[in-house]
Design a protein around this ligand. Structure first.
Ligand code: LIP
Length: 268
């Protein structure tokens, strides 16, 4: 194993290289394939970016394992480090040339993220965290430490969320929103879970919740939130999982959880 800081440096380097490629080589006509539903898309650029990230990491660390949105689980039986990769989180934003998409790369040791990088090439922003070392935002004008907003009551909270790709899931999520909206300041749907989590860490929103996120959507972002002083979890004490994800300052988490739990009982 290498230090979390060294893993972070590799995560930032490969995510930044993939981000540059995604901007510089974005073709006028993207080839769009669908996955779980007609609106769940993948482009040749998602696949190329993930290949590039895996190749670069493999060249440096041949024994490591990978979990990627496009490539699934790869290699590394008994590996000390597993890399969790979303080559484009916010693929629909990328497809429409909206700026809020990101390359997300996390390094896990024994199932726990110890380093995470989220690179937003079109915003010129890189969010990073190492376990126990705080969370940072790097831009052309410098580096700043991140802290979640605290002391925000639920009825003043600006809450980010996202929707799945299946029609049934979306109908359920819309129903949950009707119970949430009257009790908070407002909702934001930015289109990228990892960008939402980084926005929370930077105090640009006060909380985030979503049903249906996958490990690659949140591995780096959840570490960045935790290192910015936030709390992440699922419903009823569960950890973040595809079942449910909530993130907020510790003093807001409980109130948001208690609002969501009865509105969103187990649902596919
Ligand atoms: C997407 C997210 C989005 C979420 C979708 C999906 P993709 O990831 O980050 O915010 O609501 O369910 O998971 O498909 O763009 O990598």
């Amino acid at each position: 194993m290498t230090s979390p800081q060294a893993l972070l440096e590799l995560a930032v380097a490969v995510a930044a290289e993939a981000g540059r490629m995604l901007v510089d080589e974005r073709p006028a006509g993207l080839e769009v394939e669908t996955k779980s539903s007609p609106t769940d898309v993948v482009t040749q650029m998602d696949k190329a970016a993930e290949r590039l990230i895996v190749e670069r990491i493999r060249a440096e660390r041949p024994g490591d394992a990978f979990l990627g949105e496009e490539g699934g689980e790869q290699g590394g039986e008994g590996a000390g480090v597993r890399w969790v990769i979303d080559p484009i989180d916010g693929t629909v934003n990328y497809l429409y040339d909206l700026p809020d998409w990101a390359v997300s790369v996390a390094a896990e040791v024994d199932g726990t993220a110890v380093a995470g990088a989220v690179v937003l090439p079109r915003r010129g922003e890189t969010f990073t965290a190492v376990e126990g070392g705080g969370a940072l935002l790097h831009t052309a004008s410098g580096v700043r430490e991140l802290r979640v907003n605290t002391g925000v009551p639920l009825d003043r909270a600006l809450v980010a969320t996202g929707f799945g790709y299946g029609a049934d899931r979306r109908a359920h999520q819309a129903a949950v929103l009707t119970g949430v909206l009257p009790n908070i300041r407002d909702i934001r749907r930015g289109g990228s879970a990892c960008v939402d989590l980084c926005a929370l860490a930077a105090g640009r929103v006060d909380a985030y919740f979503e049903r249906g996120v996958q490990a690659w959507d949140v591995a780096a972002g959840a570490l960045i939130v935790a290192e910015a002083g936030g709390r992440t979890g699922g419903l009823h004490g569960a950890p973040v999982s595809p079942e449910f994800a909530i993130a907020a300052a510790p003093d807001l988490f409980g109130a948001l959880h208690d609002l969501l739990a009865p509105l969103d009982p187990a649902h596919d």
